[in-house]
Design a protein around this ligand. Sequence first.
Ligand code: ATP
Ligand code: MG
Length: 453
Amino acid sequence: MSRDDPFQALREALQISPENAPLRKHLADLHVRHGNLEEAEVEYKLALKYATQDSSISHALADVYFRQKKYSHALVIVESLLGGSNTLPSVHVLHARLLLVTGEVQRACSQYQLAVQLDPQVTDLQLERELGMETSVEPDTELWSESDSTPGLGLPWESEPNEPQFELQRPLVDFSDVGGMEELKEQIRLRIIHPLNNASIYQAYGKPIGGGILMYGPPGCGKTLVARATAGEIDADFLSVGINDILDMWMGNSERNLHDVFQSARRSKPCVLFFDEVDALGASRSDMRQSAGRHLINQFLAEMDGVNSSNDGVLIMGATNAPWHLDAAFRRPGRFDRILFVPPPDMPARVEILNVLCQGKPTSKLDLQQLAKKTAAYSGADLKNVIDLAIEGKLKTALRTGTPEPIQTRDLLDAIKLTKPTTKEWFSTARNYALYSNVGGIYDDILEYLKQQ
Ligand SMILES: Nc1ncnc2c1ncn2[C@@H]1O[C@H](COP(=O)(O)OP(=O)(O)OP(=O)(O)O)[C@@H](O)[C@H]1O
Ligand SMILES: [Mg+2]
């Protein structure tokens, strides 16, 4: 096995988290890049099993069908995507291609024009020629130099695979947008915000600044939101890096890119450098002992340690749903040495979250206490879903009657009945780890939480 075999690396990662749809999509995208369309089809379908609502996967599957000339399959998906809201321009382009194949040139043209109106970047001169349209721009030879008989559709996975883009953001959210989670916020203040604002005092007492915070817990409970809000709270830049990006770098044979991520963060300090799904990275080391993953992990650890460059002013945060997959090396002092459990919100936190989520929405006076009482074990994301459902219901009625009505407690209670908390499944796995591999009491918080239920 070598680091030249990115397929192997992804398959290994998938063995560890087979239900990780983004990772599976990544493997499928890689198959597309290598022209393995049948394999790509299989992987996209599997990914869709775990992420049924993910339109980017459906879109990619439709594209693969198209490339295999399975036009009717492709059309079914494209039509369903067109039925949704905010359809991507590239879906319209694919629709145009399908219409062209079936001889509906007129409709194909209007679909294509619509796509270009939405985003001029999807302009495809070859398609314009096939559609018999006047080309608006002189063909740019560079555009065509690399293209084959199936030109790109401007889809994300067709971009240069080894050049991940990292976008520095200035988050508009701060701690006031995060409901509840007081303990976590306090820890972050102590650990990140105060040291940053009072660097000289900390130094005077010889207290080292640095080290990362790793948040873990069930999905949808606000880990990513808190990381973003931390940056907002201290007016810092926010740089978020997912496992897919990391694997991309690895596949690109360029550890330099990982170094570049850290360097970008160092250049724009203060900066919160956030690693999402960090477990998939950590797992690489112990479970892929023989593999190239180790190399990447070691480099990651060295960057965290600031071996060659100082991480002063770079606040490293990580999030994971599966901390038990994380190599212990990540928990050494100066690395993710503060591991914080992010539980589902308790009753007062749910009141807070509902309050935050309802802000700016047309509501009558809501009985938040009652709503919070009826949503035990709901994650923040579950609560958001309840509100979205209630709004959808209201919209439907408003469209029928022509009069918009504010959302009432009753509407939200009805929406609650249609939903289930999504955190329970996570705890059934977590319980086993907390009971049987609770080295050094690392998962005591999970046991404590379960005791209170
Ligand atoms: N405490 C909270 N206050 C306000 N909104 C919240 C809170 N927790 C979650 N939400 C809502 O739920 C959404 C999902 O939360 P977030 O993405 O931060 O969860 P997560 O813990 O990172 O989940 P995952 O483990 O799946 O990545 C947020 O975008 C927000 O709308
Ligand atoms: Mg998250």
